[in-house]
Design a protein around this ligand. Structure first.
Ligand SMILES: NC(=O)c1ccc[n+]([C@@H]2O[C@H](COP(=O)([O-])OP(=O)(O)OC[C@H]3O[C@@H](n4cnc5c(N)ncnc54)[C@H](OP(=O)(O)O)[C@@H]3O)[C@@H](O)[C@H]2O)c1
Length: 293
């Protein structure tokens, strides 16, 4: 048994995946644009992740763009049968590294094609439709048109399962009326808990919730309470932040991102960290009086 097995598994598009996975966004160059500073190190992180038992990798062809998927392919091909690669479409990068919406039928079809080619897959395991009405957070508006396009690509056999990203609860409801939604990927962590009710609702329906920025993303989580709990448990603050998410709800799957093997090992070791009730209570206070999870 490997350490990450201790965090258990959850169903993602018909596959039982380990609850600790890996997010590949940090493998591209600075600002998620262009090649990494050290490509061998990036290849090494991916190989180490799979060696440690990771069977769920999150990516997108707009990381780089193209670069991250090409590195995944170079590092991991031939892919193991149990590896689930989740990608996302709906955005493109400007020449100035900006993040722009790319929702037209042509752009979505091209994005699926780009992912297939760069990952070297015949079909994509899971594709998240990344809503870009507001690039920085969920914003209301119908998602029917792009989701119908993605559902048509699924019917062609290019996409096995569909997820949603950067969405509101009502968009999840609308989406579930159009296609089977196997996961939702929104920003969520110890300090950012706008999705508390959505996490619980999806848990009741057996749908995976995959928080992005589990460690705070571009501004890593910092809190005196987090450091105090970590010190008490002889763990690191990042491990405690991940263990909190694991205990928060059974449908939460983790995809912490890192470009470093040392951080990867540290993050995966969070699988064996069990938070006692008093630590959970203290950590629940970080977001400002949230109810105990
Ligand atoms: N759907 C979406 O819109 C969306 C948006 C953003 C991200 N994502 C996905 O979510 C994944 C996770 O998000 P993320 O990578 O942006 O943010 P994150 O996992 O919250 O944090 C990553 C940051 O934390 C640092 N870090 C990682 N482990 C650490 C450790 N043990 N100690 C100290 N620092 C550590 C990383 O730097 P080092 O490289 O130095 O370790 C990096 O700067 C991404 O990789 C991507 O696949 C999706």
């Amino acid at each position: 048994m490997q350490t990450i097995d201790q965090a258990g598994t959850f169903n993602l598009g018909g596959h039982s995946v380990k609850r600790l996975g890996y997010g590949a966004m940090q493998l591209a160059g600075p600002g998620v644009f262009g090649p990494p500073r050290d490509k061998d190190a990036a290849l090494g992180v991916l190989r180490e992740a799979v060696k440690a038992g990771v069977d769920h990798i999150d990516t997108s062809d707009f990381y780089g763009p193209h670069v991250t998927n090409q590195i995944i392919r170079e590092a991991l091909e031939p892919y193991g049968d149990d590896l689930v690669i989740v990608t996302k479409i709906g955005a493109r990068r400007g020449t100035d590294a900006s993040w722009l919406p790319a929702f037209s039928s042509d752009e979505l079809a091209r994005a699926v094609d780009d992912n297939l080619r760069n990952l070297g897959r015949e079909a994509l395991d899971v594709v998240n439709l990344r809503i870009m009405f507001d690039a920085h957070g969920p914003a209301e508006g119908s998602i029917a048109e792009p989701l119908n396009t993605l559902a048509a690509l699924q019917k062609q056999g290019l996409v096995r399962h569909i997820g949603l990203s950067n969405v509101t609860a009502s968009q999840v409801e609308e989406g579930r009326g159009i296609a089977e939604i196997v996961c939702v990927q929104n920003q969520y962590n110890l300090a950012h808990r706008a999705d508390d009710a959505l996490v619980d609702a999806l848990a009741r329906d057996g749908i995976a919730y995959v928080p992005f920025f589990p460690l705070g993303g571009f501004s890593p989580l910092q809190s005196a309470t987090l450091s105090e709990v970590a010190g008490r448990l002889q763990a690191t603050p990042m491990q405690v932040a991940l263990a909190w998410l694991l205990r928060r709800a059974p449908n939460i799957l983790l995809i912490p991102g890192t470009s470093s093997v040392a951080h990867l090992r540290e993050n995966l070791a969070a699988a064996s960290l069990v938070l006692p009730d008093d630590a959970m209570a203290a950590l629940n206070g970080i977001a400002g009086g949230q109810p105990a999870a």
